[in-house]
Ligand binder design. Structure first.
Ligand SMILES: C[S@@+](CC[C@H](N)C(=O)[O-])C[C@H]1O[C@@H](n2cnc3c(N)ncnc32)[C@H](O)[C@@H]1O
Length: 222
């Protein structure tokens, strides 16, 4: 179970949070905001959004605690940008696999480069960690137990298609989304967290659970 540390933390001492201090140093000169017109067009064609923004580091730690991630978990960040969330989760949580999927090559390259540096300087708690270049709508994610999408700017149409896609994964899957999703037969809202994003403090982050098919039918029948 999660311990209750105050969130957002006050008077942070960076030396108390080794993974955060490490990542802050490694990412000091990396920024994901600027894209070439070709990269921008590539993302726009998927109906998602190339708009960049991040979950803040203290918020990522809080999310890891709240999710209680363990060795049975496979965590995917769909639209992993520069890879900060994936690397922080992999440093913090003893998950089986921690994977980022990103469509923009320049962001993906930064993530891979920083992963190499992290491996050289620290011990990952995730048994496996990696980044894949590709469209989250096509990527192989069948082993996921937790999916995170920083999807505030994604279109509703894209979110509905993504919900349909994630609904094909095994029941019990948790989907952490910064955008609330339309009502659908598959996902139940479990909780709403308030987390700091790069563009807004205490933003709502929704944790959905994929119901098993039997429960879905029963609910529809009532
Ligand atoms: C708001 S950023 C989130 C970055 C990171 N997950 C975080 O929270 O720090 C969303 C990312 O999703 C990526 N993206 C958008 N559409 C995508 C798609 N269809 N497949 C994969 N990545 C996509 C964008 O390029 C962008 O880097």
């Amino acid at each position: 179970m999660s311990t209750t540390r105050p969130y957002p933390p006050s008077n942070e001492d960076p030396t108390d949070h080794h993974p955060r201090a490490l990542l802050r140093r490694l990412y000091r000169d990396e920024f994901g905001y600027d894209l070439s017109p070709a990269e921008d067009a590539r993302v726009a064609a998927t109906l998602a959004s190339s708009t960049y923004g991040e979950l803040m580091p203290a918020a990522t730690d809080h999310l890891v605690e709240q999710l209680g991630l363990g060795p049975g978990d496979v965590f995917y960040d769909l639209g992993s940008g520069l890879g900060k969330v994936v690397l922080q989760v992999a440093l913090r949580a003893p998950v089986r696999r921690c994977i980022g999927i990103e469509l923009v090559r320049s962001r993906h390259r930064v993530a891979q480069r920083i992963l190499g540096k992290v491996r050289a300087q620290a011990q990952l708690r995730a048994a496996e960690c990696g980044f894949r270049l590709g469209d989250m709508m096509r990527a192989r994610i069948s082993d996921a137990t937790v999916v995170y999408t920083c999807s505030t700017a994604f279109s509703t149409k894209f979110m509905n298609l993504l919900a349909e896609r994630l609904a094909r994964l095994p029941p019990g899957l948790r989907w952490v989304s910064t955008q609330d999703i339309d009502d659908n037969p598959w996902f139940r809202l479990e909780r709403v967290l308030r987390l700091d994003m790069s563009w807004r403090r205490r933003s709502k982050v929704h944790v959905y659970r994929l119901a098993n098919p039997a429960l879905r039918c029963r609910r529809r029948a009532t």
